[in-house]
Design a protein around this ligand. Structure first.
Ligand code: CP
Length: 314
């Protein structure tokens, strides 16, 4: 495996889940594998979980992880081909990515969308420029349209809590937010959940339809109460509109999940990738209650990253 940027196949997904669960039991099992290897973790946007879990994962494999907060500490990058750089940008991505490619064995990148240029975002332009010019294996730490390490951790968590159920009912429910939020987590969660063969229902107010490239095969239900019935897992996430690109069309607080919403799904576990805005996206009652898997998901981020780095190391 040279790139980890998206869901590839159910076989590879299961292989990564199994490897992650093995590392969860024996974190230092492959301590010798990464000796003498370096991963560069390049952040164009903030992070808590992704940054720290990837560093721990690398250390567990004996690798060195070097973090660069490119947005705060690096030169302002020019992404456009053939640009005349007479404005704010200082270094071209061709040069920066080439240099990073010569320093590291694996490059890991976080590059959020602009939410203003839909064409560039849906083609993952910025992330793609790093892949194009670094010339080494690349791991996505969240791109404009996908967050595969989060999704792998989510699938590990679903497998752990499925109680042997082969095809659990999974519901992805939109939640209110005050900011325009990217689609990456929701897209990726849908892509991986469907890819792993689960039964996925997506519920949101009208106008919040996600990119069909990620949701084909899911049931779309605008009635949240109906969607949530008999759910095994409820994944809560805000995203901005995709068709009316990057817009906030609703802040309807009745979409925020509470115990009342789950009266017809007694078994449902509640998931969120974090960070979460409490009592806006998800109630304290849900986050602090027995249904919540949010801390388990965050813990599994370590083993998801470790499985991916290990697979790339070969
Ligand atoms: N879930 C997630 O990616 O968290 P961070 O943004 O803190 O890395």
């Amino acid at each position: 495996m040279k790139y980890f940027t998206q869901f590839e196949s159910r076989e590879l997904g299961q292989e990564l889940i199994d490897l992650a669960l093995l590392y969860k039991n024996q974190p230092r099992l492959d301590q010798a594998k990464g000796q003498g290897k370096r991963v560069g973790c390049i952040f164009l946007n903030p992070s808590l979980r992704t940054r720290v879990s990837t560093q721990i994962a690398a250390q567990n494999l004996g690798m060195e992880a070097i973090v660069l907060n490119m947005d705060k500490e690096g030169w302002a990058l020019e992404m456009k081909e053939g640009a005349i750089m007479n404005k704010g940008t200082v270094e071209h991505i061709k040069d920066a990515a080439g240099v990073l490619g010569s320093y590291f064995d694996i490059l890991a990148i976080r590059a959020f969308p602009s939410l203003s240029n839909r064409e560039e975002d849906i083609n993952d332009f910025v992330f793609g420029q790093f892949v194009k010019y670094s010339g080494i294996p690349v791991v996505s730490l969240e791109s404009a349209i996908r967050h595969p390490l989060q999704s792998l951790a989510d699938q590990i968590t679903i497998q752990e809590f499925s109680k042997g159920k082969k095809k659990p009912k999974v519901v992805l429910t939109w939640a209110p937010h005050i900011k325009a939020i990217p689609h990456a987590v929701a897209n990726s969660f849908a892509e991986w959940t469907l890819g792993m063969g689960h039964d996925l229902t997506i519920t949101h107010p009208e106008g919040y339809e996600l990119d069909e490239r990620f949701t084909a095969g899911a049931s779309i239900e605008y009635n949240q109460e109906k969607a949530l019935k008999d759910a095994d897992f409820v994944y809560v996430k805000n995203w901005s509109a995709f068709n009316d690109y990057g817009k906030i069309l609703s802040t309807d607080s009745s979409w925020m999940l509470t115990e009342k919403h789950l009266k017809s799904s007694p078994e449902a576990k509640v998931m969120h990738c974090l960070p979460v805005r409490r009592n806006l996206e998800l109630s304290d009652e849900m986050l602090d209650g027995n249904r919540s898997l949010v801390q388990k998901q965050a813990e599994n981020r370590i083993y998801a990253a470790q499985a991916v780095l290990s697979k790339i190391l070969g």
